[in-house]
Each structure stands twice: as C-alpha cells, then as structure tokens.
Write a protein that binds this ligand. Structure first.
Ligand code: ADP
Length: 608
C-alpha cells in the first residue's frame, strides 16, 4: 500500500539575532523617554529651586523693607533736629552719637548717621570707632543727592572705610520746606550671602548694571553679567559702588546651569538661582538606564516567551505526527485484518465445500462398498432366499396333495409353514433394504446417553423377562459423539439384542455392563455381558453378512454386518472380543461431538 508522507509544520525558529535587531530598532524610543524624563525632572527641580528663590527674595525684601522706614522716623527725633539746627553744640552731638549707637543696636542696622545739607557727617552710630563717619563728607554718594532732592535715597555700595557691602537708605530731615539734613541707615547685606550656606545651587543678585553684588560664589562677586556702556562705567567710577573701578565680565556656561530669576522692580535688582545641570543629569541618566534595562528585560522576556511558544508548538507538532503515524498504522492493521478476515472467510467457505464434497464422496464410497458387499452377498442372498422358496414350493405342492386327500389340517399346517417362511424372507429383504439405503446425512452431534436409553427402552420388556442386571457406569454429564441419531440407536439396539440373545442361553445370574471411556481420539462405549462370549468361528466371521450361530428362526446373520457398516459411515469403528472374565465385549469408538454444533434432526432424513 502506498503511504502518503505525513507532514507537520513547525514554526520558523526565532533567533536571538532578530531580537537584538528588534532591540536596536526600539533603542531610539529611549530618546523621547529621555526628553520626557528630563522635562519631568526639570520641572520638579525648577519648582524646588523656584521655592528657594522665592524664600530668598522674601528674606531680602523683608530685610530691606524693615530698614526702609527708619530714616523718616529718625528724622523726627528732636535731638537730631536740634543738632541739625545748632551745629556747634558738642554736648548735643555727643548725645546724638550715643542715641544713634543705641538705635543701631536696637534695629540691627550696620550704621546710622546724620548728615548736614553740605554732606558733612554730624553724628554717627560708629562715632567711637576707628573708622568713624563723624566729620566725613559723603556728598558724592547718590543716596545723599537723592535725599536732598526730596526723594527716598537708595544706594548699594561698599562702605568707603569699612569696605563692607551695604544698602543705604537716606531721607531728608525737613523743617517745613527747609531741608535740615539727611538721616542715613546702612544695612549690612553680607549676612544674606552667609544665609545661603553650602548648597550645590548658586545664588546671584545683580544690580541695575548687571553687576553681581551678592553671590554664594565669591569668584563671581562684582563681575558684570552683561556688557557695560561708557556712561554706565562713568557712573560706576563716580559713585564707587564696588571694590573695583571696572567690573570684569562673567561668562556663564548657559548649558551647565539651570537658571531662574526674579526681578525686584523697586530696587531694580535681579535675583537668580543657578542649579547645576548635573543635578538633573544624574536622575535622568538613572531613569534612562532603568528604561533601557526594562526594554532589554522586555525583549528578553519576549524572546523567552516566543521560545516557550516555539517549544510548545514543536511538541504539539510532534504529538500530532505521532498520532497521525499511529492512526495510519491502525488503519493499515485494520486493512490487513480485514483482508485476513475475508481470506479466512473464503477459506472457511472452501473448507465447508470440501467437507461437503468429502461427505458426499464418503457417502458414495459407503454406497459403493455396500453395493460391492451386496454383490458378494448376492450368492448367499439367492441361497438364503432360494432355500425358503424351494421349501415353500414343496409345502405348497404338499398342501395341494393333502387337500386332494381331504387332509385339511395337514394342509393348514403346511400353509402355516409357508407363511412363516415368507415372513423370514420378508425379514431378510427388510434388512437388506436398510443396509443398502443411501444415507445422505453427514455425521451430527448426538447425546450418547439418551441414544442408549432409547435402545434400552425398546428392549426393557425382554431384559426384565430374562432378569438381566444392568450395571451402568456412565458419567452424569452428556457425552456428545459424532453419529446419526437413528443410526446410532439402530446399532445400539442390535448389539444389546445380541447380548440378550446370548444371555438367554445361559442360566442366571445374567449381567450386562455399560461403560464409557474418554480417549484422546474420542469416546468409547463398552458393552459387556456374562454369557458364553463369541465362539472362535464367530470371532473370525461375525462381521460377514448372514453369518450366524443361531437357529434359522432366531438369527439372520446381518446384525453385526450392518452395525459395522453404519459405524464406519459416521467415522466410527466397531470391535468385538471376549472379555478375559468371560462373556462378549463390544467396543464402539466414536469421534467426540461438538455440542455447540447445530444439530440436524433425523426427522428430515428421507429414504432414498
Ligand atoms: P445373528 O444375531 O442374526 O446371528 P449377528 O451378525 O448379529 O447375526 O451375529 C453374528 C454372530 O455373532 C451370532 O450368530 C453369534 O454367534 C455371534 N454373537 C453376536 N453377539 C454375541 C454375543 N453377545 N455373545 C456371543 N456371541 C455373539
């Protein structure tokens, strides 16, 4: 049988190289990730720094505004006004000096001083110090000029003697429209730098010229963040707000810093906070690294999942293949078995036909052998029939003569003899017919015990008359033999009748034994009696038709001949001998029957 190849599909192997390629393709995704993380962290950082900046600005403005209101208040003090009015009073000057020193202490200002309209310092809180302002002229300072002009004087700058940075608030002391002098409060701003502490962010306060006046980074101090024009430079040189005459430029690397600024309108300052970019870079790098690692993990996981899926599909494909192979094998085996089955059926049919042929041939053979036997028997038959015919003829002749002589009784006796002789002839012919009958039935399975019981029932009356003891040694279970039911009964009746014939010749006790033996070839039935047994001649010739040792009225000599022929017809065998303890022993050997075989009723047997 041609066999179609079994195909199974296994998904294409996903190589790690493809995954690597996928990784490379997905890598650009990290760029937007970096940008958005930068944006996120940047916003957070800005918020944080903005809060610090606001705090600082609030602190700075708070400091300044605290002192802003002081000059006009101090200008109302009578002692100060007195001093401004009468300038030569030494005692008053001393009193004012002490008063200003006391006020300085109370307010926390750096210096408080009182100036005459010509710029001369009349009294100062530091009157007792080495660098006392008393007697010094600060008319060049812009705050003084502004105060004289009736404005609020504001100025950032270094103290000319102290060299300390400060913010100056100045206001005129008025007496009506007349200006008596100017009160100045200098606020120390150094501490606003130290407030900042040691932080990574840097603070930058620039004034209206863009020059750094306050910073947490000393190198940047008094450097300009933008170019200065000549006019500005001239003003700076004139007012001397810084330690140096001309501030050097400060070049900040914009990329290195994240800058936020607030402009203070009132004083025209700008406060900036600069956070180093690395504060942002660190977390961004970490986040991108985490993102990259997650991507790699994802790809790895994907790879593993796909590998597992491939393994699973491969296993399914293998299972399917194995099942297909198995199914194909089962199919082939079923086909083989079907072929074998049909061959067997064919063989059984052939065997049945052969069996029928054999039975028919056997039948033919038996019939032929019967006819042959009849042929050989014909001489004896004609002798057997001629004898009574001759006797009948002479009895008839005699009867005629006796009737002529009116001897009717003798004539009747002759006629009776004739009648007896015809009976005997009819009996001979009946036996011959039975012998010659063509029995077409194949051997069937017959129950031995019941056939035996039937035969014994036929002869029961005679057995009782002779007082024959029956010794029966047969099993309870039915013994099935191959025979014909009627024919087996005929054989058994003949043999049992012969035994009773022989027993009738001997005095009691008369015994008849029936026993069975199961052999490898089949079943044996033993029939034994305790009569005289076969004579030596009978042992030799008992199978011959018409051989009898009985009187002509008793025996025809056809019993054993017919039994032998019937037994052979259904594959059995009849043997006889004398028992060592006396009497005859007849053995019927038969094939064991199959009790499951269908039994054909003898009723259907038709005579031919
Ligand atoms: P028949 O009974 O008419 O004589 P058979 O063929 O049946 O013819 O028997 C042939 C002979 O075998 C008998 O005449 C007898 O001599 C002998 N024979 C048969 N059965 C027995 C027996 N049971 N005991 C002794 N002899 C027997």
């Amino acid at each position: 049988m041609s066999q179609a190849p079994i195909k199974t599909t296994v998904p294409r192997r996903l190589r790690w190289r493809s995954l690597l390629l996928l990784g490379v393709l997905l890598a650009p995704l990290l760029w937007p990730l970096q940008v958005s993380i930068e944006r996120y962290y940047g916003a957070q950082l800005n918020d944080q720094k903005r809060q610090i900046l606001d705090l600082y600005v609030a602190n700075l403005l708070g400091t300044l505004s605290r002192y802003e209101v002081l000059p006009p208040i101090f200008g109302q003090l009578p002692s100060l006004r007195q001093l401004l009015k009468g300038q030569t009073n030494i005692a008053l000057q001393d009193q004012v000096n002490r008063q200003l020193a006391s006020l300085r202490k109370q307010t926390g200002a750096d210096v408080i001083y009182l100036m005459a309209p010509n710029g001369q310092t009349l009294a100062a809180s530091n009157w007792n110090d080495e660098d006392s302002f008393v007697g010094r002229n600060f008319s060049y300072r812009p705050y003084f000029r502004e105060a004289l002009q009736g404005r609020h004087g504001r100025f950032f700058g270094l103290g000319t003697t102290s060299r300390k940075r400060g913010y100056f608030f100045a206001d005129a002391v008025r007496d009506g429209d007349n200006i008596l002098g100017v009160v100045v409060v200098k606020v120390d701003l150094d501490h606003t730098e130290t407030l900042w502490g040691d932080r990574p962010e840097r603070l930058l306060v620039t004034d209206n010229y863009g020059v750094v006046i306050l910073t947490s980074h000393p190198d940047w101090r008094f450097r300009s963040t933008r170019p200065l024009d000549n006019a500005e430079r001239a003003v700076i040189a004139d007012t001397q707000p810084y330690r140096i005459q001309s501030p050097s430029p400060l070049h900040l690397n914009e990329k290195a810093w994240l800058k936020q600024s607030t402009h203070l309108e009132d004083i025209d300052w700008t406060v900036s906070i600069l956070a180093p970019r690395r504060m942002l870079d660190g977390p961004v790098r970490t986040a991108v690294a985490v993102g990259g690692a997650s991507l790699m993990m994802l790809i790895l996981l994907l790879g593993l999942l796909m590998q597992r899926r491939r393994h699973y599909l491969e296993r399914i494909a293998l299972d399917t293949h194995a099942r297909q192979v198995l199914e194909q094998r089962v199919l082939e085996r079923t086909l083989d078995l079907e072929q074998l089955n049909s061959r067997l059926r064919q063989e059984v049919l052939e065997r049945e036909q052969a069996q029928q042929e054999l039975v028919r041939a056997q039948d033919e053979l038996v019939q032929a052998s019967k006819l042959t036997a009849l042929g050989t028997m014909s001489a004896s038959i004609s002798h057997e029939l001629n004898q009574p015919l001759a006797a009948i003829r002479s009895y008839a002749d005699n009867a005629g003569v006796l009737l002529d002589h009116q001897r009717t009784d003798d004539a009747r006796a002759n006629l009776k003899l004739i009648s007896q002789l015809t009976e005997r002839m009819a009996s001979i012919i009946a036996h011959l017919r039975a012998f010659a009958r063509r029995d077409r039935h194949a051997p069937e399975t017959v129950a031995l015990q019941s056939a035996l019981d039937d035969a014994l029932a036929l002869l029961a009356k005679r057995r009782r008359a002779l007082d024959v003891e029956l010794i029966r040694d047969l099993p309870e279970a039915t013994l099935w033999v191959q025979a014909g039911e009627t024919r087996l009964r005929q054989v058994l009746s003949n043999l049992l009748a012969n035994a009773l014939d022989a027993l009738s010749e001997v005095p009691p006790p008369r015994r008849l034994w029936l026993s069975s033996v199961v052999t490898a070839d089949g079943i044996e039935l033993h029939i034994r009696d305790n009569a005289t047994g076969f004579s030596a001649e009978a042992l030799q010739r008992a199978r011959e038709p018409f051989f009898t040792t009985k009187t002509s009225a008793q025996g025809l000599g056809l019993g054993l001949a017919i039994c032998d022929s019937l037994m052979r017809a259904f594959g059995g065998e009849l043997s006889f001998d004398n028992h060592p303890q006396g009497g005859a022993l007849l053995i019927l050997r038969m094939k064991a029957g199959d009790n499951s075989m269908s039994r054909v009723s003898d009723d259907l047997a038709n005579e031919t």
